[in-house]
Design a protein. Structure first.
Length: 168
């Protein structure tokens, strides 16, 4: 019997801690709209534990100021979610942690070093049996380094070239 994926996953995602995590993700995505621009500049979401919202600030003075605004922050967050998801706030200094309302716009960059040419490359050319797979592979390996660095990936589309009717 086939069932919808939502029916199968609902016992796992629908209740308890999973529902709280979904709510917290929603809070992080809309943080600035929920608490306002001025408050969002001073305090950022770091996480949650059960019904406690963990928020971070850059400096201790802002943290002290936000302690007095904690009831208002809780009410704004709960109103935006439409339920009483959180009942208290704990503040901490952000330090080297990344707040969860930050969108990472830049993809990570990977660096692949260029292969270095072996010192005595090409010394075996002509000494190996030309019909052997090892000799063919070695010949291509030498040709690879003699050609120099080439751009990776295909530049054209499609696979084989089609022949035109008429022998062209």
């Amino acid at each position: 019997m086939l069932r919808r994926l939502s029916e199968v996953l609902s016992p796992y995602v629908g209740g308890g801690e999973a529902a709280a995590r979904r709510l917290f993700v929603e809070v992080c995505r809309r943080w600035e709209a929920i608490v306002g621009v001025e408050t969002a500049e001073l305090v950022r979401p770091l996480g949650h534990r059960r019904r406690e919202l963990l928020l971070g600030t850059e400096d201790p003075v802002a943290m002290q100021e936000m302690v007095f605004a904690a009831p208002e922050i809780v009410s704004l967050v709960n109103a935006a979610l439409g339920q009483d998801a959180f009942d208290r706030v704990r503040f901490d200094l952000i330090g080297d942690r990344v707040s969860l309302d930050v969108h990472r716009a830049e993809a990570p960059r990977f660096f692949t070093p260029l292969p270095t040419r072996p010192a005595r490359l090409g010394g075996l050319l002509g000494k190996l049996d030309a019909a052997s797979p090892v000799a063919r592979c070695y010949t291509k390996y030498v040709a690879y380094f003699e050609a120099g660095p080439q751009p990776s990936g295909r530049t054209g589309r499609g696979g084989r070239k089609r022949r035109m009717a008429g022998g062209a």
